[in-house]
Ligand binder design. Sequence first.
Ligand SMILES: Nc1ncnc2c1ncn2[C@@H]1O[C@H](C[S@+](CC[C@H]([NH3+])C(=O)[O-])CC(=O)[O-])[C@@H](O)[C@H]1O
Ligand SMILES: O=C(O)C(=O)Cc1ccccc1
Length: 261
Amino acid sequence: MSQPTPDTAPAIQHDTLFTTPLDKAARFSFDEQVVACFPDMIRRSVPGYGQVLAMLPIFARRHCKYRQQGDSGQRVSRIYDLGCSLGAASMTLAGEFDPQDLQIKAIDISPAMTSEATTLLSDNYPEHDIEVITADIRDVELEPCDMVILNLTLQFLPAADRVAVLEKIYAALSEGGILVLTEKTHAFDEQYDAWLVERYYDFKRANGYTEMEISGKRNALENVLITDTLDEHHARLDQVGFKRHLTWFQFLNFVSIVAFK
Ligand SMILES: Nc1ncnc2c1ncn2[C@@H]1O[C@H](C[S@+](CC[C@H]([NH3+])C(=O)[O-])CC(=O)[O-])[C@@H](O)[C@H]1O
Ligand SMILES: O=C(O)C(=O)Cc1ccccc1
């Protein structure tokens, strides 16, 4: 199935959030202002964002086993999209699967995000079984599932809460299921890290962001987006029980890992 062009969504606004000097203490939050420009912001700010999304249905085809659902005998695979924002990952998956083959549960803590995600997903994929839930992923119980997507979400949880969320994901995944974990990272080596950060800012400049926007966003994300190193991610996946996990994508300081149950 090909991806329909979203026709009912409001026009995507250009990200101009940090074009004026702001209170230095203003923290980044996923509010209405961010929602309005989010698709533009994330594509201009996250190297490889579109490429990672495009691989999700390809991974899903290989790892989602049809499961028996209730008394109806309906067979579907269940996928969680945790920290779904506007549902881009769910949208990409829905575009590549028939409605009867998938059940998607998309969860985000920001009501501004889930409200818009609900509209976008139901307008574009009315036949698909997609539930958008406003909740903190630290609090939700996960049902048995075949694939879990954490696309740039774990980095926003307090470091102390990350193990518990991954343990819960490991417990919910079926044998043969996968977690796809995409994150911004930092390098342990200071010189490598400085090089990666500077090239990341070059990437942002190339995408039209000014020095003020780059530094404004950096200040706003301080203590909000807390990166780990790639080694820390792999060690934590080991710790929660995943025996096999592979970095399948890297673009500057952004990585994506697939962990196999
Ligand atoms: N505790 C939490 N519980 C639930 N959601 C949370 C929590 N903390 C933060 N979030 C949510 O995690 C999302 C992170 S954005 C994900 C992009 C998306 N995955 C995408 O594929 O486009 C990444 C980014 O903006 O860099 C936001 O929508 C937060 O509200
Ligand atoms: O890390 C950054 O500087 C970013 O701009 C990434 C990002 C993208 C979208 C929301 C929050 C952070």
